[in-house]
Write a protein that binds this ligand. Sequence first.
Ligand code: CFM
Length: 551
Amino acid sequence: MTETARSQTAPIEGPDPEKVKAELIAKYPPKVARKRAKQIIVNRLEPGDKVPEITANVRTVPGLMSQRGCCYAGCKGVVLGPTRDIVNITHGPIGCGFYSWLTRRNQTDPDTTPDGHNFMTYCFSTDMQEKEIIFGGEKKLKQAIQEAYDNFKPKAIAVFATCPVGLIGDDIHAVCREMKDALGINVFGFSCEGYKGVSQSAGHHIANNQIFKHVVGLDDTIGAGEFRVNLLGEYNIGGDAFEIERIFEKCGITTVATFSGNSSIDAFANSHTADLNLIMCHRSINYVAEMMEKKFGVPWIKINFIGAEATAKSLRKIAAYFDDPALTERVEAVIAEELPAVQAARDAIRPRTEGKRAMLFVGGSRAHHYQELFRELGMRTLSAGYEFAHRDDYEGRKVLPGVKVDADSRNIEELDVCQDPDRYRPRKTPAELAALSAKGLEFKDYQGMMPEMPEGSLVIDDISQFETDLMIEKYRPDIFCAGIKEKYMIQKHGIPMKQLHSYDYGGPYAGFKGAVNFYREIDRMVNSRVWGYLKAPWQTNPELAATYAWE
Ligand code: CFM
């Protein structure tokens, strides 16, 4: 199996990216244009093979229509939402709870044993009203925790603060402590008010901190399994984690905990006993990996199960880490068994997708990972960007020491973590780690999106709707990937649009079977003739074109 070639040397065809960049910012007031110019980068290696610097994780300019969500969404919706047996109570108005409830299509395998719990089919909220906004909501929160306990007898209850909670100053942590003592179960809170930080990224960090503080390390039992790993940053959207678990099982790799797709609180509590952390989505979960390594000695590596070749490569990395001949043999056997079906699907579909061009503007990791699947289809990524990632997700972790910490990031607590006096257990000796690194296994590292993108492609951080429209006009990609908020305005351009957050109605797309699903889906989308029949309103009504006149 050959490694997918890094494609920075092959320039993309189409309009001059420098000119497109100039047009993207031409309509903005000078100050906004200056800011956006640092977030819209023509991806061209600089001397010393350095990827250019991009500004990321900064506030969106008010008035620009952003794709971003909020801190609460990142904490409750993204990181904690997929856990099935914690009662997650949204302390706030009802809409915050409702709109963060399963719209992301995070699946779980419900525990059907007599005392097994699955609360994902419920939406818990304190349904704050005017009365609580004026007189305070702590009493109502206490009642809600009590009511949830009485009805469900869960092992744990988590409380999430929404914007008004921070504004009126409810002390959710005091309430949680009180209820923890009163009920004798784990009750903990997240100060993840929507306005904290500049995007949902702040919510990831807050979620990581609290899960680490209140749950990880509570159960020291070392369970069965010879090769025990945690899968971090995999949220089981459309069943992705199920497919990865299937492959792991075949290989004889034991998943101790997944953060947090198809997860349970007991698995989190026990996760520090694993021997390796595998990071799928670096953006949302790298904090847990870092803290677990510091406190318990579990090393982490970046893996990627999006793309069949990437999956094979990631499995080989795991085998290399454990360095066990039987495991290596099994991993190779599984790859050999799984790849022919993938190859057959690819051979059948690729003649129809070869040379087509994609744009991906998603979250904080998928805009990178999915380029791998498009490459397998012979497609090129014209332009991509994240909604809320940081510079390291674009340029690689090597830039971390130079990343400026601004007031918005300083707002988010950095936990002071040190070696656990009793439970810190280095999984490998420094010499073993060095030997593995020498063999090419990179620990604690992530190269980011930009080194793998075509030369001259535009990398755009926190793209606005205006910029999206203009990019589509200029390049007419064959497919555009983003989320539900963008979907219909993109389709009105006559361009097929694939949701890479919820996968529309599809998935899984991870692993070997997922790759085949994705090939078929993209084939269907880019080769559908329906888009050619579609006229945007401004194409049939010229008077509407005035608002979109950038020529
Ligand atoms: Fe990680 Fe995610 Fe993503 Fe993310 Fe998300 Fe998501 Fe995403 Mo939507 S954790 S950064 S905050 S991979 S919900 S499962 S699809 S934006 S690219």
